[in-house]
Design a protein around this ligand. Structure first.
Ligand SMILES: *Cc1c(COP(=O)(O)O)cnc(C)c1O
Length: 475
């Protein structure tokens, strides 16, 4: 290490410092640390030096040997470097789940990325009417597009679908009764529970029917003077099968209309186009519920839609204008970056031109098994080498998930690199976990899963760019 001997060190140092550790300033004067400070900032390096000295003092107090100055400098350098590493690192998703909430959900189209970059760099007409030079409304950026794509009269956008549900409940149902089937008291990952949201929105929850069966007469009997809304929540992350009954949108919309109240549908995922054109199961469209008479329908921007995190609310002019006027709308509104990404994503749908190639979510969901298998074959040797000799590698058919509650029962035919512990290591959970963790410790972490006592890397979500990164760090 490049340790300078400074005047005033030695004797006087040991007197002022009973633990015989060098001072912060003395360590900061070291050439290597000074160079690092020039690169990443003196404050970070200083904090790392202070942490290093504190750790050393603790270790000495526990009876450990005093570290040398070179050791202290090395440790401070490492700590300082660690502080420059993002806590939101890019990862390579080999879980097979396309809309993975824990890994950031939808990847954006190139159009959306370019639009966000441009919105970050310069001013834009977020709430400015270019024609008149007067004030505009940020919903104007996307309202026409959304209406055209869903057939709605009006639309607005908030931070996410949970916010959309909350805002609609507050604006349309606060202090009134809100009717919902017992079969739809949903909980979505991340502590979004319908009864809790209703309470937060100050709505009085009126549950009707039973867990497996709810009939029109259940809703009819529940409607009182105090009713304001009938709510339907899409069962996005579970299925009710067997002896079941639920009431359709058309009947509920008609009932609400007759009673002079609103009918609201929380779709959750909500695709804008019929997914069956790519061989995927059909997810309900907002236009389905609207054409059957729903007053308000909400869905996520970053699930099947393939855009940024957002909650899109569509519906009748009467319902949407009440929602827009509520003060909470201001608190839940989206940023210009989200609007930029959402507008560009919606324009892809509006063009109806190569949608499945331009939107990564649709591209990955519609990827055929033979294409995924070919990717598995290209990366399998690298993955096997990194896992080491304790594993046998094979490429096998598997099924991937859409994710984020969309089409919960559906699995997509896929292929994976499967690493199975050799017979002498079988039933060794620790080995599986340790090896999976070693993939997460790579410079760009690789995320797989454990299934049936094997490590499974499903290559559905492996983009050409990610494959290149994988190659660079594993070869
Ligand atoms: C996912 C989902 C939500 C929440 O959407 P976010 O955009 O994640 O806030 C609400 N309702 C349903 C039915 C969902 O599936």
């Amino acid at each position: 290490m490049n340790t300078k001997v400074l005047p005033g060190s030695g004797e006087s140092e040991s007197k002022t410092n009973p633990l015989h550790l060098p001072s912060v300033d003395r360590l900061l004067a070291d050439t290597a640390l000074a160079q690092q400070a020039d690169q990443i900032g003196r404050a970070l390096v200083k904090r790392a030096v202070q942490q290093t000295l504190a750790q050393a003092r603790e270790s000495i107090a526990r009876g450990g040997a005093a570290p040398t100055e070179a050791q202290l400098i090395g440790q401070a350098q490492r700590l300082a470097q660690q502080q420059t590493v993002s806590r939101l690192p890019k990862v390579i998703n080999l879980t097979g789940t396309v809309i993975h909430t824990n890994l950031g959900r939808a990847l954006l189209s190139e159009e959306a990325i370019a639009s966000v970059v441009s919105a970050m760099r310069g001013y834009n007409a977020l709430e400015f009417d270019i024609d008149s030079g007067g004030r505009g409304d940020r919903d104007d950026v996307i309202e026409d597009l959304i209406c055209r794509l869903t057939g709605a009269e009006a639309a607005t956008v908030v931070n996410n679908c949970a916010a959309a549900v909350l805002l609609a409940l507050v604006a349309l149902g606060a202090r009134k009764e809100v009717i919902i089937s017992r079969g739809e008291q949903i909980e979505i990952g991340g502590a979004f529970r319908m009864p809790d949201i209703m309470r937060a929105a100050n709505c009085k929850l009126v549950e009707v029917g039973t867990t497996n069966r709810t009939h029109l007469r259940d809703y009819q009997e529940a409607i009182s003077e105090k009713a304001s809304l009938i709510v339907k929540a899409h069962r996005s992350n579970y299925a009710v099968t067997g002896f079941t009954a639920e009431v359709g949108d058309a009947e509920l919309a008609a009932l609400a209309k007759q009673a002079g109240i609103f009918y609201m549908v929380d779709l959750g995922s909500g695709a804008l186009v019929d997914m069956s054109q790519w061989g995927l199961p059909r997810e309900p469209l907002p236009s389905d519920a609207l054409s059957k008479g729903a007053d308000v329908v909400m869905f996520s921007g970053d699930k099947l839609l393939g855009g940024p995190q957002a909650g899109i609310i569509v519906g009748s002019r009467a319902a949407i204008s009440r929602i827009k006027k509520h003060p909470l709308k201001r608190a839940l509104r989206v940023s210009k970056l989200v609007l930029a990404a959402l507008e560009a994503t919606l324009r892809v749908y509006d063009s109806d031109h190569h949608i499945a190639e331009r939107l990564p979510v649709l591209a990955m969901l519609s990827k055929q098994r033979d294409v995924i298998r070919a990717a598995c074959e290209r990366v399998a040797p690298m993955l096997a080498r990194h896992a080491g000799d304790a594993f046998e590698m094979r490429i096998a058919d598997c099924a991937s998930q859409i994710g984020s509650g969309a089409l919960p029962e559906e699995r997509l035919p896929s292929a994976a690199v499967v690493l199975t512990p050799k017979s002498e290591n079988r039933r060794n959970g620790a080995l599986l976990n340790k090896t999976l963790a070693s993939f997460r410790k790579l410079p760009t972490p690789v995320i797989g899963r454990i299934s049936d006592d094997a490590i499974v890397f499903d290559c559905r979500c492996l983009s050409p760019a990610d494959e290149q990164l994988l190659r660079e760090q594993l070869q």
